[in-house]
Design a protein around this ligand. Structure first.
Ligand code: G3P
Ligand code: MG
Length: 609
């Protein structure tokens, strides 16, 4: 009780003493966070992408995470990422510490002075003898990002619980983790003020460590209590906002007509709002933590905020302004270059950079639960169902037109037994392909590939399955012509049971992505040169197959999956695309995986999917 009272007093004091510059503090923090997010996230994603490629691990799933961590190259890159992240955090901590620890009388030159001060600190940070700071600050990451860490642990229970199980099995790792946790608490109790001594008192690193230990003596519980209370308070705050967003989006989605689609929209809106809230809370948490620690430091050392003295000599001021401008231009240019390169890499097809490696949804034969298969209506339905790809089957008519049709003859769909390759397109147009599905679609005609591309352009990508009759030599050439005429090379992929068809396509246009469809899998097909992906019948897909194919930099697509549980399993082992008759169900399964596991049952309750 006493500890809580003390914490409230410290919190109150901290808030009242940031009152003079709260806007500037927050503006700095938000700008800094935006800049670092825009620069560091692509750099880290690039490094990670790179190491995954050179080590052969294309994907990290719950099953291989511990194995990945044993790879020295992965460990090295992780260490490098940690160092980069720590330096960014150091810059943020040093500036916030100076903000809070100094008094600035003249508001006009406040930002410039602070900038100068921060630059001085930067020089200090990058001195080789202060490299220890990087590891010091790495220990602060879980403390200053408490809400995000907790949120991650709760949202990724399937990864976490697997890792926990592995930890429990291995006593040595468990002891190590426990030691790490104890070490963290010990660290907070003794070394929390190192950065205050280092940045505000300009002590050397070793002196700062010594001074921090001295200052913390006898105040350990107060310090731990304050830090814990502030972060738990933020967590509760986040939880309340989270519940609020959940309630608003749920009510909104309930009022929406189509309940199957409502869940898909709900998940997208929820994910965006949740990420934004987490980002804002992370910034507030950082400011509060630092101000609170500096406040405790000032109180415990009985010091006042340092008054920043600045020699207002004319020439010195001039030089300072020029230097500040130059530094700002240099830093601004670096940030801009990194951002432009990152954007270029994201847009450029060759890089997976920042693309979330998430399972895509391919609607089978158009959206065949909502409309007759391989019809224009089924393409419209696939767009409405928010599928990433529409899979369609194509064949060539006698007069050389590429049309959509699954079976080799028209009996099942139209009642008339006509072979597609033996009929002219005009004859096929007399057939009704919608009536068998429902009265609503009566009068629907066989569409051409060209018509479908005109409908799909910019709305949905196509997985064009070639069904060669074996009698028409130019079938593949004609398909490539339609693709090129419509500028669809980047908007479609081609798949086929016929490897020779894929070979012809690749030789004609190397940029078109090709996939070999297999209904039964024997032997080593992984290295086939003209297949960029494999489309496998679902019963042949397991984690080993996915890992082997990913190792070769190729993708795994799986057909035809309509069962929710199987969809979950496939998304969990990291397949690249699920081909399904029910794209809404697949999308909901995949997107709800991002939804925190503890709330997933609630989703099942609200939306019956
Ligand atoms: O894309 C794979 C899948 O469509 C193959 O089966 O018979 O529906 O074309 P099918
Ligand atoms: Mg097909």
């Amino acid at each position: 009780m006493v500890a809580i009272k003390k914490f409230i007093k410290i919190l109150k004091d901290t808030i009242s003493s940031i009152k003079d510059t709260p806007n500037k503090l927050l503006i700095f923090e938000f700008i800094f966070k935006i800049m670092t997010t825009l620069c560091l996230v692509p750099i880290m994603a690039f490094l990670f992408d790179f190491v995954m490629k050179i080590t052969g691990y294309n994907y990290i799933t719950s099953r291989n995470v511990l194995q990945c961590l044993q790879n020295p190259k992965i460990l090295l890159i992780l260490l490098l990422i940690l160092v980069i992240f720590s330096y960014a955090l150091l810059m943020e901590i040093s500036t916030l510490t100076l903000f809070y620890g100094h008094k600035f009388e003249n508001n006009k030159v406040f930002v410039r002075r602070l900038f100068l001060l921060s630059l001085r600190q930067l020089k200090k940070i990058f001195k080789p003898k202060n490299i220890g700071l990087v590891f010091y600050v790495a220990c602060l990451i879980p403390i200053f990002n408490f809400v995000n860490v907790m949120n991650y642990l709760f949202s990724h229970m399937e990864i976490s619980s697997y890792v926990y199980r592995q930890l429990l099995k291995n006593p040595i790792i468990m002891i190590l983790v426990l030691a790490l946790l104890c070490g963290l608490v010990y660290f907070v109790m003794r070394y929390l003020f190192v950065f205050c001594f280092f940045f505000l008192d300009r002590k050397s690193l070793s002196q700062s460590y010594k001074k921090s230990v001295e200052l913390s003596k006898g105040r350990e519980f107060k310090i731990i209590g304050c830090i814990l209370c502030a972060n738990v308070l933020y967590f509760i705050f986040y939880f309340l906002i989270y519940a609020g967003i959940l309630a608003i989006v749920t009510v909104g989605a309930k009022l929406f007509g189509n309940q199957r689609l409502a869940l898909a929209i709900f998940l997208s809106v929820f994910n965006i709002s949740n990420t934004t809230v987490l980002w804002i809370i992370a910034s507030l948490e950082m400011v509060t933590n630092i101000c609170m620690i500096v406040h405790m430091y000032l109180r415990f050392t009985k010091k006042k905020k340092r008054s920043y003295t600045f020699v207002e000599r004319k020439d010195a001021t001039k030089r300072f302004v020029v230097n500040t401008k130059r530094m700002m231009i240099i830093i601004g240019t670096i940030v801009l270059v990194v951002q432009v390169v990152a954007m270029y890499m994201v847009i450029c097809d060759g890089y997976d950079l920042l693309q979330v490696q998430q399972t895509k949804v391919t609607s089978h034969r158009g959206s065949s639960v909502s409309a007759p298969e391989n019809s224009l209506s089924s393409i419209h339905a696939a767009v409405e169902d928010m599928a990433d790809y529409a899979e369609i089957d194509v064949q060539e008519t006698k007069d050389g037109i590429i049309v959509l049709f699954h079976d080799s003859n028209t009996k099942r769909i139209t009642g008339k037994k006509w072979k597609i390759y033996k009929k002219n397109y005009e004859d096929l147009l007399t057939l009704d392909i919608g009536k068998w599905f429902s009265e609503e679609f009566e009068g629907e005609r066989i569409p051409t590939l060209d018509e479908v591309m005109k409908v799909a352009k910019g709305k949905i990508k196509l997985n064009i399955e070639l069904k060669p009759s074996g009698t028409q030599k130019d079938f593949e050439k004609k398909v490539v012509e339609v693709i090129e005429e419509n500028g669809f090379e980047d908007d479609c992929i081609i798949s086929s049971f016929s490897y020779s068809s894929l070979t012809k396509i690749k030789k004609m246009n190397h940029n078109i992505k090709t996939g070999y469809i297999l209904s039964a899998v024997y032997g080593n097909y992984y290295d086939l040169e003209y297949a960029d992906f494999f489309s496998l019948e679902q019963s042949f897909v397991n984690e080993k197959v996915v890992v082997e194919i990913h190792k070769r930099g190729k993708e795994v697509h799986v057909w035809t999956v309509n069962d929710k549980k199987r969809m979950e399993e496939l998304a969990q082992i990291g397949v690249d695309s699920i081909i399904t008759d029910d794209p809404v169900k697949a999308r909901n399964v995949i997107y709800s995986r991002k939804f925190p596991i503890y709330s997933r049952n609630l989703l099942n309750l609200i939306f019956d999917y």
